[in-house]
Design a protein around this ligand. Structure first.
Ligand SMILES: [Zn+2]
Length: 555
């Protein structure tokens, strides 16, 4: 290490700040603790030399009028230092727009390197969206729960709009010529993406889809991009030698949720700056922005494709079978494979029993299975048609609105309670400052009200979730029904209809068949809502539905 050649020396200003007013933790955010963390970070890094330590002890971060901060900026302006080292973003400042201005504009313009040791951020190496994510959690930190949701949402929107969206333009999209931060649909490529989803729903395998694309002479995404970016748009797509489509390319497109208009960030991270390894985060930690740009495929089509991908069926010798990839053994949960011992007879057999003999050798003749499925689909569509009529009645009865109103009232009361406790807490602090309470009394009371405040906050959050779920449920009800209603006049149930409406076909012993339709949970929710409505305000049509087809379906 002694012989290490250091190309550039960074002259560092260490910045430390603490203000209990800001709700800082006296222990973990203490000046000495910050100093320790920052020095620890610098250990073994000879390229950094500390030229100054600027401290603001007892200065709020909500503005930048702080002696230590001013001193630091002066040194940077005079060229006496070129790097800021600080524990995290909240030490730097708590005024969101101010911080953003420094981090995004002022410091980069001055050529100043910013390192946030505990936030894992270094302006020299971090990608742009990394700081965006940091800022996001930072906003949540500094704007407490009582700040209205819309304010926070606005800040987030401002920050994310145009900053993150621009970092990619996947196949099917182009950067807008007016605003390069915006993505717009590329009609040529988007049509190919839609075709791929359509073919999947029709029952084609991934390699089958690739074959079709190659046969049609569709350029692969990469070739298309090259041709397109060079503006050499050829008349008619020609197949580019051996660089055709293959199954993995098709799969990648089919599995890319961004085609539904959702922007997903924070999939990857790095542990720290010494280790360059990329860690893939769990899906639950991803940050999702719904409707970030126009969708190429709708959400249901995407879900249907995922369902088919999970049980991808190999192509049968005589083309696409009506039910391929959807039939499942009810005993072991494995797919049932379509077998054709001769040209006229086809049957489905449990795939487990063939190899492992752990399951019964279930099988069912396709000639018997297909009509059962087709009839069930037609019947279920007719139930939904009836349900939609009943819903019109419920809409006019306005009972869901009454429920919403009641839930809103509860939320209002909970918010008032939260405000009340917050006020008590504030007064408590004043009393302490004025000497009415001694430190021990103050701590005891503070602990008590902190707990109450936490409980009140949780209650508010729970109620907010309940309300948004209710709204979502009601809104969604009408959306999913449309998928069924658009088939209400069909005579023939083809592969496309089955893909869109049927999730699984289960074959039980004794050749009994049960069918899982998409949106079964929503159906159940709706029926239970209708039962409540019928109890409050009995109605003949509703009664007939609940005791008739709707009830039967559930049995
Ligand atoms: Zn089985």
């Amino acid at each position: 290490m002694k012989n290490q050649i250091v190309n550039k020396i960074y002259r560092v200003v260490v910045y430390l700040r603490l203000s209990v007013d800001d709700g800082d933790n006296r222990e973990s955010d203490s000046i000495s603790n910050q100093r320790l963390l920052v020095r620890d970070y610098l250990a073994g890094k000879p390229e950094f030399v500390i030229v100054k330590e600027c401290v603001d002890d007892g200065f709020t971060g909500t503005n930048f009028d702080r002696p230590g901060f001013r001193e630091m900026m002066e040194m940077l302006e005079n060229g006496e230092a070129d790097t800021i080292l600080v524990k995290d973003l909240s030490r730097f400042g708590r005024d969101f727009s101010g911080v953003l201005q420094y981090v995004e504009r002022i410091l980069p313009k001055m050529g100043v390197r910013l390192i946030l040791t505990n936030d894992n951020y270094d302006s020299e190496t971090s990608r742009h969206d990394f700081i965006t994510l940091r800022l996001k959690s930072f906003i949540n930190d500094i704007y407490p729960a009582d700040t209205s949701r819309s304010v926070r949402a606005n800040l987030l929107a401002k920050m994310t709009a145009g900053q993150c969206v621009a970092s990619f333009a996947i196949y099917g999209y182009l950067k807008s010529p007016e605003d390069r931060h915006q993505l717009i649909i590329d009609p040529v490529a988007a049509a190919v993406v839609q075709d791929i989803f359509h073919l999947k729903l029709k029952g084609y395998s991934m390699s089958g889809i690739a074959d079709i694309l190659n046969m049609r002479g569709i350029l692969t995404p990469l070739v298309y991009k090259n041709v397109y970016l060079k503006q050499k748009i050829s008349s008619g797509f020609s197949k580019n030698g051996s660089n055709g489509w293959h199954a993995t390319m098709v799969r990648r497109i089919l599995m890319d949720e961004r085609y539904t208009g959702v922007l997903i960030q924070g999939k990857r991270t790095t542990p720290n700056y010494k280790v360059k390894k990329v860690i893939y985060k769990d899906a639950s930690e991803w940050v999702r922005y719904e409707n970030a740009f126009e969708a190429v495929v709708d959400k249901h089509t995407f879900e249907v494709a995922q369902n088919l991908l999970a049980h991808d069926a190999r192509r049968s010798s005589d083309g696409i079978a009506l039910l391929s990839g959807l039939v499942e053994c009810a005993d072991c949960g494995q797919s049932m494979v379509r077998k054709s011992p001769d040209r006229t007879h086809h049957y489905y057999v449990c795939s487990t029993s063939r190899y492992e003999k752990e399951c019964q050798p279930h099988y069912i003749n396709e000639k018997k299975l297909v009509p059962v499925v087709q009839e069930s689909v037609l019947h279920y569509i007719s139930v939904i048609v009836e349900l939609r009529k009943v819903l019109d009645y419920v809409d006019s009865a306005a009972i869901p609105e009454q429920r919403m109103y009641e839930a809103d009232q509860v939320l209002k009361m909970q918010k008032q309670e939260y405000e009340r406790i917050s006020q008590i807490k504030m007064n408590l602090y004043d009393s302490f400052c004025e000497g009415i309470l001694d430190e021990e009394e103050f701590r005891t009371y503070k602990k008590k009200y902190d707990l109450q405040l936490q409980q009140a906050e949780e209650a508010v959050k729970k109620q907010q979730t309940a309300i948004s779920n209710m709204m979502e449920t009601l809104e969604k009800q009408k959306q999913w029904m449309e998928y069924f209603l658009c088939y209400k006049d069909i005579r023939r149930v083809d592969r496309m209809v089955i893909s869109m409406l049927v999730k699984r076909i289960r074959v039980h012993s004794g050749k009994r068949v049960s069918i899982d339709f998409w949106f079964a949970d929503e159906f159940e929710q709706l029926v239970s809502l209708l039962q409540t409505v019928n109890e409050i305000q009995p109605n003949q049509a509703l009664d007939a539905f609940l005791n008739g087809e709707g009830g039967k379906r559930r049995a």
